[in-house]
Design a protein around this ligand. Structure first.
Ligand code: COA
Length: 198
């Protein structure tokens, strides 16, 4: 049976220009937006194809993954609306896998912004806002950031939000694929203690 979202109706986290709010798998506007965002050339060239290309698939994915993350962790992938016109402009996430899937012990932060809204500081503002919320409300102060080392914009955002570059590593959790690894400055130099193994 589908689990309900643990967030109260109209829950949001405000940042200077944006509203960070939970996905609702039964809201067609949320599902349509996810399909649009994840099928832009920009997203596919940076993150690959997700196969989420219909409203039904988006709704099923959001229920199975996003809502399950909210229930299990109190965080997950959120929508971003611009406050001035309420346009949906992207997503910001804090996600953490769980056994039996490959996982590590600190959550990682991620973001995606519509191509036409790039370069306006939105990914940075959203990630800062979500991390502030996670620290104040959930006591989370250790987070990872992962991206392809070629994804310079994403690397730059991870630096701007205060994460420290810890090298390019072939991580077991990504099937041995190379990733630039960023971590909160206070995290141990030995990332193996967080279950992150090469
Ligand atoms: C990565 C992404 C989220 C950035 O969103 P954004 O809202 O444009 O990010 P911001 O405006 O907050 O910051 C972008 C920074 O990258 C810089 N930048 C842009 N292109 C760059 C490049 N080719 N090389 C280096 N830095 C670059 C910008 O100048 C800016 O830094 P600055 O403030 O110091 O000038 C967005 O481009 C995106 O959605 N890409 C596709 C999906 C993706 O890659 N997600 C991340 C997966 S790990």
């Amino acid at each position: 049976m589908s689990e309900p979202s643990p967030f109260p109706p109209n829950f949001s986290i405000a940042t200077p220009h944006l509203k960070i709010h939970p996905f609702d798998p039964s809201n067609p506007a949320h599902c349509t937006f996810l399909v649009e965002l994840w099928n832009t050339e920009d997203f596919i060239s940076s993150c690959g194809k997700t196969g989420i290309n219909t409203l039904a698939k988006a709704s099923e994915f959001l229920q199975r993954r996003a809502i399950a993350d909210y229930v299990r962790n109190g965080f997950g992938m959120f929508l971003l609306s611009r406050q001035s016109d309420m346009k949906l402009i992207g997503t910001v996430s804090l996600t953490k896998g769980a056994p039996p899937d490959p996982h590590y012990l600190a959550p990682d932060v991620g973001f995606s912004i519509l191509p036409e809204e790039n370069g306006k500081g939105y990914a940075t503002e959203a990630a800062v806002g979500l991390l502030k919320y996670a620290k104040a409300q959930l006591g989370i102060d250790a987070v990872f950031g992962f991206c392809s080392a070629e994804n310079k914009r994403s690397c730059r955002v991870l630096e701007k939000i205060g994460l420290e570059f810890r090298g390019v590593k072939c991580l077991k959790v990504f099937g041995g694929q190379q990733s630039a690894v960023y971590a909160s400055p206070e995290m141990s130099p030995d990332l193996g203690v967080y279950g992150l193994e090469e």
